[in-house]
Design a protein around this ligand. Structure first.
Ligand code: URA
Ligand code: SF4
Length: 187
């Protein structure tokens, strides 16, 4: 484990541990306040994220920011946002097993340094990797799971909400549950 957040960031920015390094424009390490109580985990950078080097900056990202605002959270103040893989999979395909395995150590190191009270998985790929391999977003979204004292919740991926706006009210309910849970935590 690297014990300094900036040292970890510099290491990841020059990583070539999987084939995604060959096609990326930028490594997308993460964004937000590393002192946050809540951490969001997506799947991997898309086109805009790859070009800008920041997670969730496209249309899905705008929707995520809107939902965060709804519950008094924001990417530059009180959350941290990262992805399962730090480099864009070509044509936005799902990250492959070897890529997830090559990159997971960096996410674990981020979690180790941030020590979030709550981890929110955005979409199936993150929820299956982090909460339970059999996780079903449609059935289990908004439920909290205690994993060694860290609360974990899965909800809809913003891109899924853009494709299927009918799930937006359910997603907002999940964010309200997150707000309640955060407010119930001891300082
Ligand atoms: N989708 C993700 O899962 N992560 C991003 O950073 C952008 C889109
Ligand atoms: Fe390294 Fe992760 Fe990028 Fe692969 S996806 S090159 S493991 S930072």
């Amino acid at each position: 484990m690297i014990e300094d957040f900036e040292a970890l960031r510099q290491t990841v920015l020059s990583c070539k541990n999987c084939k995604l390094c060959e096609t990326r424009h930028n490594v997308v390490f993460g964004v937000g306040n590393p002192q946050s109580k809540v951490m969001f985990i997506g799947e991997g950078p898309g086109e805009n994220e790859d070009l800008q080097g920041e997670p969730f900056v496209g249309r899905g990202g705008q929707l995520l920011d809107k939902m965060l605002t709804h519950v008094d959270l924001s990417r530059n103040e009180n959350v941290y946002i990262a992805n399962m893989v730090k480099c864009r999979p070509p044509k936005n395909r799902d990250p492959e097993k070897d890529e997830l395995e090559a990159c997971i150590g960096y996410l674990r190191n981020q979690v180790h340094l941030i020590r979030p009270k709550i981890i929110v998985c955005l979409g199936r790929i993150a929820a299956c990797a982090i909460i339970d391999p059999g996780f079903k977003v449609t059935k289990q979204h908004g439920e909290f799971y205690d994993r060694n004292g860290t609360l974990m919740m899965g909800t809809f991926h913003p891109a899924a909400l853009l494709r299927n706006p009918g799930s937006k009210p359910a997603a907002l309910e999940d964010f309200l549950k997150l707000r309640e849970k955060l407010d119930s935590l001891p300082d």
